[in-house]
Design a protein around this ligand. Sequence first.
Ligand SMILES: C[S@@+](CC[C@H](N)C(=O)[O-])C[C@H]1O[C@@H](n2cnc3c(N)ncnc32)[C@H](O)[C@@H]1O
Length: 420
Amino acid sequence: MSAPTDETEDLTGTRVELDVGPVAHGGHCVARWDGRVVFVRHTLPGERVVAEITEGGPGDRFLRADAVEVLDAAPGRVEPRCPVSGPGGCGGCDFQHVDLGVQRELLGAVVREQLSRLAKIDREIVVRPPLDDTAPDGLGWRTRVTFAADPEGRLGLRKHRSHEVIPLDDCPIASASLPPVLTEPWPAARVTAVAGTDGDRLAAAYDVTGPLPEVEADGIVADGRRVTGRAWVRERVGHREFRVGGAGFWQVHPRAAATLVDAVMRAAQPRPGERVADLYAGVGLFTAFLAEAVGSDGSVLSVEGDPRASRDARRNLHDLPQARVVNGDVERALRHGQAGDRCDLVVLDPPRTGARAKVVRRVAALRPRRVVYVACDPAALARDVATFSSEGYELGDVEAYALFPMTHHVECVAVLDRRV
Ligand SMILES: C[S@@+](CC[C@H](N)C(=O)[O-])C[C@H]1O[C@@H](n2cnc3c(N)ncnc32)[C@H](O)[C@@H]1O
């Protein structure tokens, strides 16, 4: 073990013994060494480990490290199901070494900590598995995976915080229904494999430099252009079917869309005749169920930035004339009055960066009685909740779901009500 050093030395590769503290957002835990914070992967709170520093040098406020030997294991540690998920391996998973129930406790602690630190709101957060979970062991659930190609065209996933590709023959969290793209080298920078609910299989390659291999799939797409078959898959949620183009957003766990529709509809409580805005609407998943609920006397504005997703949304919502699809940036659409000057209800499902203050203020200016915020990043959620709070909205129920088992990602559905 090395002794504490001065702050000018590059510490990468140094091995240190650490007592591991709480989990932090991003798939690691916090420890302290030599007066500095160390973010340690492949460990659990309460463990004593030997950790190898992976990043940290002169003047860095914190270091990063991988636990390479466990001296005292914490309850909840299990044998990883993936042979390349450990230190120095594939960066696709964060918690292969953790029991699924304990993974959910860790995710709950992260959401609680982010809300407390960034929004000054203290909440117990219970993280639940998806409704009617089809992957209760946390494996075989990913219906969309983007693999990167190494210089020989072999597909794999990148190392954590690195461009280096770890070539893979198999990925234990990937759905068995994906097209078998890992069997062939690809003359492309990356390949997305997609499996739809009804068994449709699509392979979409990007930055293509040569003829693509023939793989078993219902469609192959190169740089957004159809090569063979179709360029989209069908997804089913309850009684509704959605068409999703290869590049369009759709939740990756096969039970995620249904779980979130259930949570959003319970949270939103839409009433017949209401005016609703569904922002960051993708191919119209929530819009469809909201439009059915408000009926022909109500209306739903569905705003999405990706033109192909908006085209899919128009098709998916053709039986619901009360739904209006607007393609464009959410902030601009609201600034240009697309939602009118009042709304009863707003559903908001922004990307990882969150909605940010400008959009939150525009939403608050519509004076909806309730905002339902679907968040894939708890830090962005907490920041936006703080802005909503300063705009007269109070945080109600927060539901959290583990829709990405083995990873640090967690999905929240939060209610914000206007203070009267
Ligand atoms: C997390 S997805 C949610 C999609 C949809 N609600 C669903 O559940 O299927 C976020 C969506 O926001 C879109 N998006 C990202 N930034 C945007 C912006 N500034 N304005 C409009 N849409 C945006 C993305 O294209 C993506 O479809």
